[in-house]
Design a protein around this ligand. Structure first.
Ligand SMILES: Cc1cc2nc3c(=O)[nH]c(=O)nc-3n(C[C@H](O)[C@H](O)[C@H](O)COP(=O)(O)OP(=O)(O)OC[C@H]3O[C@@H](n4cnc5c(N)ncnc54)[C@H](O)[C@@H]3O)c2cc1C
Length: 690
């Protein structure tokens, strides 16, 4: 514990001390429980190194800097990261925290580093063979700068529609890359705009007989060592964006650009020297799936990144709410901190509960992904079981990433409003977080489309005669709700009091009924549409999304997150009682808040709820939990907050000196007290003699 105290020292006494003293648990113990000691050491070592290195000093001028300056500074920081990451030996799991740790400081730095260090090399490793590993090694040593080019101007979500062409020419043993028109230009790739000299490019592979063999990855040099664009390649910068402006997203076109045959990443398909196409896959759809590689990895990672954004947001708002005072009891001279208001609690504490549930869940999901990746070396592992495991991770991550993105995004907006006008200042650190986090909702699988992967999988399972066997074999355990589904669907809501409602089993029971109900309903809707449309699968899928498949995916992942949090954390043997108590309240609040917010209608529609009592009990329980969590809230954010340097918010610093910091920030703004540079022009119009 002494060592942890060095990493997490006591907070200075000040305006937040009063609320800190009210907590029923030890905030350091909670930090260790939710994060583990290794991860705390790792991230604080990085944050400390950043704080001590002038490269990472926050600049008050960032807002007024040119795009070029912002990007240069971001890239310099991204390059520096390698030097400050502590050596964790073979502990890859701890190292995987790097993106979140950097992102809590600045998402542009985090993403630039991730693309340089792993996004590009993972793409090459996933699709390439031994001869391509030299690119992986060079990228990881930062001897080349990579980017990943899948999206085109005309096609993003529909990857199969990509139109960049790679035609093999036997006489030269080269591929020729061509971009048919601007709509087929590669776009959005991070690091492409100004920096990358190599690209992973997805293109349709054509053999000399004119046959298209579908999408394949290529490793392509795009700039020379002086970062000049190579002849045959046109690269442009996409310009300012809503956020992430430290990242240079670019667009790229090819004009009869020749690359060697070996540029083809040939794990899933190759061409002979003469131009015959060969592939280990007979079924083209399986090859397509394999060529997209292990997409779950990035989605699981983004789930963690969104949870990191959420932690920053709730830290700012809850600390500020404990300090900010408005109004007071009539007759009293004292004004009340706004955290005392029921409305403020209800606006913020559910987001705090979501931060805890999501943080823990994303970490479990990451561990599972790591175990899955390692299982490829386990020769005793049954391949069918492994394939089912991969499918389950895919389904879970396809709804976890959207839910995490939305949870963070709505929380950040609520936090902005909950901090009033000062929350709108750039130095509050909220708008930056909102604009940057926003992109997570779109890249690595657009949220709404991605969730269809989960619902498709669930519907197939519902109709599978071997459903029970599949559920028993499920490695993650996300399908337990389906056990005895038909029986479960006859259940109805039983609790008659708030006390009876506030039991984990009851909340999970409501969710289990809900997911079964939505699954049966969606599967039936889909079958009806299929029958009515002469087996038009495309139409049936599209027409069963709203109120059906989309809600199903959401309810499924909410239930699994809650169940994981409860079974694996709240019920963990040896957990101190004080910690367990608070975690239990967070579990209950997240569950009830999510049900109330989006599922009451379905619960009444399906007959699980009857009469006014269930919704009244739920709403009373939410308010009661908010009141219970008030004395815990400041300590709860202390346990998940980054350091003040990293949070970089005048409203959210741990010393609570909001007004001192506001004064400093406003006074230090360049030219804060100077006249406008155009003052003489304005002054020349002043005619009044008043
Ligand atoms: C900051 C940022 C960084 C990025 N980095 C990269 C990168 O490094 N490399 C790269 O290749 N790409 C990158 N992208 C691109 C990103 O992957 C795409 O934007 C994403 O895949 C979505 O594609 P799109 O923009 O073409 O949207 P579209 O596919 O055009 O979608 C538009 C809307 O249509 C809806 N829609 C589409 N299909 C359906 C359907 N079947 N049913 C219902 N609704 C549907 C979607 O939900 C969405 O709301 C990045 C994007 C951003 C914003």
């Amino acid at each position: 514990m002494a060592e942890i105290k060095e990493i997490l020292p006591d907070f200075p006494s000040g305006p937040l001390s009063n609320y800190r003293k009210q907590a029923s648990f030890d905030w350091r113990n909670m930090a260790v429980v939710i994060d583990t000691e290794e991860r705390l050491k790792f991230k604080h070592a990085i944050w400390k190194a950043m704080e001590e290195d002038p490269t990472f000093t926050h600049s008050v001028k960032d807002k007024d800097s040119s795009l070029d300056e912002i990007r240069n500074r971001t890239f310099e920081k991204a390059l520096k990261v390698r030097e400050i990451i502590p050596d964790t030996g073979f502990d890859f799991r701890t190292r995987a925290e790097t993106s979140s740790v950097l992102g809590q400081y600045d998402w542009s730095v985090s993403l630039r580093y991730a693309i340089l260090q792993s996004f590009f090399s993972n793409a090459i490793r996933g699709a390439g063979t031994k001869g391509h590993y030299k690119y992986v090694e060079a990228a990881e040593k930062q001897q080349i700068y990579g980017c990943v080019c899948m999206t085109e101007i005309g096609h993003g979500t529909n990857i199969r529609g990509l139109r960049t062409k790679a035609t093999y020419v036997p006489s030269t043993q080269k591929f020729i890359l061509n971009t048919p028109d601007f709509q087929a230009a590669k776009c959005w790739a991070g690091n492409l705009g100004k920096t990358a000299n190599f690209a992973y490019v997805m293109a349709q592979l054509y053999t000399p007989d004119g046959v298209c063999h579908g999408l394949h990855g290529f490793v392509v040099p795009i700039r020379d060592s002086q970062l000049n664009t190579l002849p045959g390649v046109i690269i442009g910068d996409m310009g300012p964006k809503a956020g992430l402006n430290g990242l240079d997203n670019g667009f790229m076109m090819f004009n009869n650009y020749e690359i060697p045959k070996e540029s083809l990443l040939n794990k899933n398909g190759d061409v002979t020297a003469e131009g015959t196409y060969v592939s280990p896959f007979k079924d083209p759809s399986k090859k397509f799936g394999a060529s997209l590689g292990n997409l779950s990895g990035a989605r699981v990672a983004i789930t963690s990144l969104c949870s990191a954004s959420l932690c920053n947001a709730v830290t700012i708002a809850i600390r500020y709410s404990a300090i900010r005072k408005q109004f007071g009891n009539p007759g009293s001279n004292e004004e009340m901190p706004i955290i005392e208001y029921q409305l403020q609690q209800w606006r913020l504490f559910p987001h705090l509960s979501a931060a805890y549930v999501l943080k823990y869940f994303s970490s479990v999901l990451f561990d599972n992904l790591m175990s899955f990746a390692l299982s490829q070396f386990d020769s005793d592992m049954n391949q069918e079981v492994r394939a089912a495991w991969g499918m389950e991770i895919h389904a879970v991550s396809s709804s976890a990433k959207p839910l995490a993105g939305w949870l963070a995004q709505t929380a950040i907006q609520d936090v902005r409003e909950a901090c009033g006008g000062h929350g709108y200042l750039q130095c509050a650190g909220i708008s930056r977080l909102r604009d940057d986090n926003d992109a997570f909702l779109t890249f690595e699988g657009e949220n709404n489309v991605l969730m269809q992967q989960t619902s498709n999988w669930l519907i197939n399972l519902w109709n599978d005669s071997k459903r029970e066997v599949i559920i028993q074999k499920s490695k993650l355990g996300s399908l337990t709700f389906l056990l005895k589904a038909e029986q479960r669907l006859n259940n109805t809501f039983q609790p008659g009091t708030v006390e009876a409602l506030l039991k984990p089993k009851v909340i999970l029971g409501i969710y289990k009924w809900l997911v079964c109900y939505l699954l049966r309903l969606t599967a039936e809707k889909y079958q009806t549409l299929l029958a009515a449309s002469d087996q038009d699968n495309f139409l049936a899928k599209n027409e069963s999304q709203v109120f059906f498949a989309r809600t199903l995916s959401l309810a499924y992942i909410e239930h699994f997150m809650l169940e994981t949090f409860h079974n694996q954390l709240c019920q963990r043997p040896g957990l101190p009682e004080d910690i367990k108590n608070v975690l239990n309240k967070l579990f209950l609040l997240y569950g009830l808040w999510s049900l109330e917010k989006q599922h009451l209608g379905t619960l009444y529609e399906g007959g699980y709820f009857k009469g006014p009592k269930p919704s009244k009990l739920i709403r009373n329980a939410i308010l009661g939990l908010c009141e219970d969590l008030k004395p815990e809230a400041v300590a709860l954010v202390d346990s998940i907050a980054p350091t003040d340097f990293v949070l970089n918010s005048v409203l959210g610093a741990s010393d609570g000196q909001v007004y001192k910091r506001l004064e400093q920030a406003m006074s230090q703004y360049p030219d804060s007290f100077a006249k406008s540079s155009n003052w003489s022009e304005f002054a020349s119009r002043l005619k009044s003699k008043l």
